[in-house]
Design a protein around this ligand. Structure first.
Ligand SMILES: Cc1cc2nc3c(=O)[nH]c(=O)nc-3n(C[C@H](O)[C@H](O)[C@H](O)COP(=O)(O)OP(=O)(O)OC[C@H]3O[C@@H](n4cnc5c(N)ncnc54)[C@H](O)[C@@H]3O)c2cc1C
Length: 566
């Protein structure tokens, strides 16, 4: 018989996910978990079977832009691939956005929704992107208090009926900058008010340089009303309905779709707004501040996608290790191969607990349950979680590919896409550096408004978490967390030079992220020992503590400058 290599396969991605199931068992009351489990199990089944098979079959398909019809008319139609069409229907029918807004289980509905998104995302080639922005737009409109827009758009964004569903775009980045959006050049020109309307009408003129899922029915975008000052404060937040009643784009030209490293199913376009009708969402200034609820939600989705892609890579790697034989035994019996995978599992498990903890806090914030300290914790942990998990996803995906040997580098295994798609996670929704600086703002590094808040809210939270631990192995690990946070706190307090603070911001933010991950892992490990008689989370915590938590070190700025000279 010629040699045949069995490929990796997936089972029900909910049923076999120890980390997710154990976490949900801790966080949800048993009767609620019993109620939501069928939805999770069904999503896990779809993700491991139909959706995954279609994902593999859809591999070479990409969205297509048709700019002109046969008769010379500009049409700018974008057709997405079969996988995305199915993904949209499944997402809507299974409430991958809606669950968070129906709030059947109060603030925990956000966690339920994130668990659905986590299961759904890896088999849909980043259909999570339009869903994240749709979710963020619903949250932003609800927060705006603009009743007219809330009634008009939100029911479509959170529906479970596919024919009623709208997705939303988030059009911020311009050629001048995605990080420094205050440089945006799009102008909003006010129009004469129609006689029978009390609404102020605007038309937008400018270019948007990265607009993902350009197929969306609405978009939230930034533009500068004529006469407003330069900078972020002079921008206003606008609402756009992209197509008219005949399905034609409203003075929007799709110049081209981006040719990207990954997220190739996502139609990311360059647009010209050539007089696009738009409505103010809330006021004629402070657009950057007013769009923040959207960014917080898309950053949460980013973290959930990061842990979802890590889980997918590992599910395939574990399965393959049982099927691939080398030097007389399956890889799953080779100590070094197992040790490599255990390291990746540890990173994924730690990241999982941070991403889902931010989901918990987000749900509680939406339900109005957070006190001032917890609100501050959420403000700090959102960028910290996004940047920490994004980095982990890329490094885990890279190692996952290597764990398949050459097959991991070959496209029709369906594996390389894991690395390419992970690579976007540290870039969009704010790069690692930009979020590290945002985190500095969150802890009051500008030392205005009553002085720096510093790391204290995180320290108090972590201290409370680790105090509940009684296994001596875990209490030892708690010291690693507290020492890392103490070091971070003193570094922050003592670093008065702004350039040194900025230069160290990424290491500082990653230290906070990894310390929070370890603390959450320790808390879960104790619970899992006590309630499930399972020591695997403890093993993950032990390994994670040794993998490096405190990354803070000051490098001389002279060295930094000299090393970056040609
Ligand atoms: C696939 C994809 C889809 C996207 N979809 C959308 C979308 O739908 N809507 C949208 O609005 N945007 C979208 N973006 C854009 C994305 O959000 C931006 O690319 C990102 O925010 C970075 O902006 P930039 O590309 O202009 O880079 P720049 O802002 O030019 O940044 C370049 C580098 O400089 C660093 N940097 C910037 N400022 C500082 C600083 N003060 N200190 C230290 N380092 C700094 C950054 O970290 C980065 O490494 C998408 C991007 C990608 C790749």
């Amino acid at each position: 018989m010629p040699f045949e290599q069995a490929p990796p396969t997936l089972d029900n991605q909910y049923e076999s996910d120890r980390v997710l199931r154990s976490y949900l068992a801790r966080v949800f009351p048993a009767e609620i978990l019993a109620e939501i489990e069928p939805s999770l199990s069904e999503m896990g089944r779809l993700a491991g079977t139909e959706l995954y098979q279609l994902q593999l079959a859809d591999r070479l398909n990409e969205p297509k832009l048709t700019q002109w019809d046969a008769w010379g008319n500009r049409v700018d139609e974008v057709e997405v691939t079969p996988l995305w069409r199915l993904a949209e229907r499944i997402a809507v029918e299974h409430g991958v956005v809606a669950t968070a807004y129906e709030r059947k289980h109060g603030s925990l509905s956000r966690v339920h929704q994130c668990a659905l998104a986590y299961l759904f995302t890896p088999s849909t080639d980043i259909y999570s992107c339009p869903l994240a922005m749709t979710d963020g737009a619903a949250r932003t409109l609800l927060a705006s208090g603009n009743q007219r827009l809330i009634e008009r758009a939100v029911p479509h964004l959170i529906t479970r009926e596919p024919s009623e569903f709208w997705t939303a775009g988030q059009w911020m980045t311009e050629l001048t900058g995605g990080s420094d959006v205050g440089l945006s050049e799009t102008i909003a020109k006010e129009q004469p008010r129609p006689a029978n309307s009390d609404l102020r009408a605007f038309r937008l003129y400018g270019r948007k340089w990265f607009t993902s899922a350009v197929t969306s029915q609405i978009a939230l975008t930034l533009a500068r009303p004529e006469g407003n000052p330069a900078g972020g404060r002079g921008l206003a937040l606008f609402y756009i309905e992209t197509r008219d009643e005949n399905g034609r784009l409203r003075q929007i030209e799709i110049n081209r779709l981006k040719d990207k490293l990954g997220t190739r199913k996502v139609p990311t376009a360059e647009l010209t707004l050539a007089g696009t009708p738009a409505q103010l969402v809330m006021g004629t200034t402070d657009g950057v501040r007013n769009i923040t609820p959207l960014l917080n939600i898309t950053r949460l989705w980013n973290g959930i996608s990061a842990v979802a892609l890590m889980r997918r890579g590992l599910a395939l790697a574990f399965d393959y290790a049982k099927k691939r034989v080398a030097f007389g035994a399956p890889l799953s019996e080779k100590a070094l191969h197992l040790d490599t995978l255990a390291g990746l599992q540890t990173e994924a498990e730690a990241a999982f607990h941070l991403a889902f903890y931010v989901a918990e806090l987000t749900g509680r914030s939406e339900a109005g349950e957070l006190d001032e300290h917890e609100a501050q914790l959420l403000r700090v942990l959102t960028p910290v979680m996004k940047l920490t998990t994004g980095k982990q996803a890329v490094s885990v995906a890279s190692e996952v590919l290597e764990s398949f040997g050459g097959a991991g580098y070959v496209e029709d295994t369906g594996l390389p896409v894991l690395l390419r798609d992970s690579q976007v996670l540290p870039i969009w929704e704010g790069t690692t550096n930009v979020l590290a600086l945002d985190m500095l703002r969150a802890i009051g590094a500008d030392r205005t408004g009553g002085g720096a808040r510093g790391v204290t809210p995180l320290q108090s939270f972590v201290t409370r978490l680790v105090e509940s631990v009684h296994d001596p192995r875990l209490t030892n690990l708690s010291r690693v967390v507290l020492e890392a946070l103490n070091h971070a706190a003193s570094w922050f307090e003592e670093t008065k030079d702004r350039s040194i603070l900025e230069a160290g911001a990424r290491r500082f933010a990653l230290t906070l992220g990894r310390a929070a991950e370890l603390a959450l892992l320790i808390r879960h490990a104790q619970w899992s020992q006590d309630q499930e008689r399972d020591g695997r989370a403890t093993a993950a915590a032990r390994r994670f503590a040794r993998a490096g938590v405190d990354l803070i070190v000051d490098h001389s700025l002279d060295d930094v400058r000299s090393l970056t000279q040609p």
